[in-house]
Design a protein around this ligand. Structure first.
Ligand code: GAR
Length: 188
């Protein structure tokens, strides 16, 4: 059994898709959900799937507390699914090539500090892009700059608002993220 741990900051719809996808799996186990937000919807979702949770402070993320907690679950992969804080260097160093993130646009465009969630879709919409998409990538010490694992595009010409773009991109995330995680873990 390969353990994965999920970091999320908000509603956790991607985390939910991942927990659901691996619910009956004999090879992949979602061992822990971590969040910096005590009000995050992802906490209820984890409870529904009987996945343990940890709520932590920014200080605990940077002082080694979160790293020690993660290590206790022996993860093969650390998955950032809508995690909005800078990921700490000590966890990246402890799990080289084993921390991944999903970004709701086609990196290297529309990434970097402050580019998350609706901010990304607003910028894409304002620039009248014909396409957006998702990027699943390794996490390094710079926001949104790690090597790309997988990208998928979606036509957004007919979207009338950033919210419409966000719905199209989120549907793509839900469709592809669990499968890409599985392929990374099982080496298909
Ligand atoms: C997702 O669209 C994810 O790509 C994005 O936050 C959303 C979280 O939704 N992440 C970023 O913008 C990271 N820079 P969710 O909580 O419903 O999964």
């Amino acid at each position: 059994m390969k353990n994965i741990v999920l970091f999320a900051s908000g509603g956790g719809s991607n985390a939910e898709q991942i927990m659901s996808y691996f619910l009956q799996s004999k090879t992949v186990n979602v061992a822990l959900v971590l969040t910096n937000n005590a009000n995050a919807g992802v906490l209820q979702k984890a409870a529904q799937y009987n996945v343990p949770t940890l709520v932590f402070t920014k200080e605990e993320l940077s002082n080694g507390f979160v790293l020690r907690h993660v290590q206790a679950f022996n993860p093969h992969l650390i998955v950032l699914a809508g995690f909005l804080l800078k990921f700490p260097a000590d966890i990246i160093a402890a799990y080289p090539g084993r921390v991944i993130n999903i970004h709701p646009a086609l990196l290297p465009h529309y990434g970097g500090k402050g580019m998350y969630g609706i901010h990304v879709h607003r910028a894409v919409h304002e620039n009248k892009e014909k396409e957006s998409g998702i990027t699943i990538h390794y996490v390094n010490d710079n926001y949104d700059e790690g090597n790309v694992i997988y990208q998928k595009t979606v036509a957004i010409e007919e979207c009338l608002s950033p919210e419409e773009v966000s719905l199209k991109v989120l549907a793509l995330e839900h469709e592809h993220f669990p499968r890409v995680i599985e392929e990374l873990l099982l080496g298909n």
